[in-house]
Design a protein around this ligand. Structure first.
Ligand SMILES: CCCCCCCCCCCCCCCC(=O)SCCNC(=O)CCNC(=O)[C@H](O)C(C)(C)COP(=O)(O)OP(=O)(O)OC[C@H]1O[C@@H](n2cnc3c(N)ncnc32)[C@H](O)[C@@H]1OP(=O)(O)O
Length: 179
């Protein structure tokens, strides 16, 4: 290892994409697939063998992903672990940042589990940014099974940060460009 392929440089590798969004050049069309947060992201990174490999698209009001949980995410037999479901919601919230062009991170996340998420069944997740209050983004998401029953909902507060948040390593927080 030459010291240039650690977490910080992996984050720097995705800076140009977000920089384009922050400059207003990265708007994505409705129906267009959104790029993963990073190659190794536990939610959507294609290079993470333990990840969910979520693929999200832009919708008219936010973002959407159809996802099936697999055996690696099991909790009780046949049912996805609640933490894996929370990961799916959190990751989709991360995708909804593309709709507002801000860098932000999860400050709080609350999940309602209305019914079990069964393994190997497709669930449709939809998320959107409901409100912005200063640095706070208030987000909402729902998930439905293939029969149209709502099985889960989530609310999150994200707080905007600057690019330094992802590259600073041991530094506590990057400061937001939006402040
Ligand atoms: C170009 C670079 C490329 C980078 C390339 C990677 C890109 C990809 C990005 C997306 C990726 C997504 C992926 C999935 C989403 C994760 O997984 S994000 C990871 C999990 N989350 C974290 O690690 C966050 C950890 N927490 C922190 O770092 C810090 O607490 C934070 C969130 C940065 C905030 O710290 P801070 O900057 O000191 O802000 P603080 O003063 O505490 O609060 C700021 C504001 O929020 C309010 N607030 C704080 N907490 C709350 C709360 N719970 N409820 C309501 N309001 C609150 C405060 O009152 C304050 O409001 P104002 O006074 O400004 O009006």
């Amino acid at each position: 290892m030459d010291g240039h392929d650690g977490p910080a440089s992996r984050a720097e590798g995705v800076v140009p994409r977000w920089a384009a969004h922050l400059a207003g050049q990265g708007n994505v069309e409705v129906g267009q697939a959104l790029p993963p947060h990073s190659p190794d992201c536990a939610g959507c990174g294609p290079d993470n063998p333990a990840g969910l490999h979520i693929r999200a698209v832009r919708t008219a009001s936010g973002v959407e992903a159809v996802h099936s949980f697999v055996a690696a995410q099991v909790g009780a037999p046949g049912i996805a672990h609640g933490g894996a479901v929370a990961l799916a919601f959190d990751d989709l919230f991360g995708f909804s940042l593309y709709t507002v062009g801000s860098l932000a991170v999860t400050r709080s996340l609350a999940i309602e589990y209305h019914a079990p998420f069964r393994l190997h069944r497709p669930y449709t997740f939809r998320a959107h940014v409901a409100k912005r209050e200063g640095r706070r983004l208030l987000l909402h998401a729902d998930a439905w099974d293939d029969a149209g029953q709502k099985v889960g909902s989530a609310e999150a507060t994200f707080v905007t940060v600057g690019p330094g948040h992802f590259t600073a390593g041991t530094q506590k927080n990057g400061r937001s460009q939006d402040q």
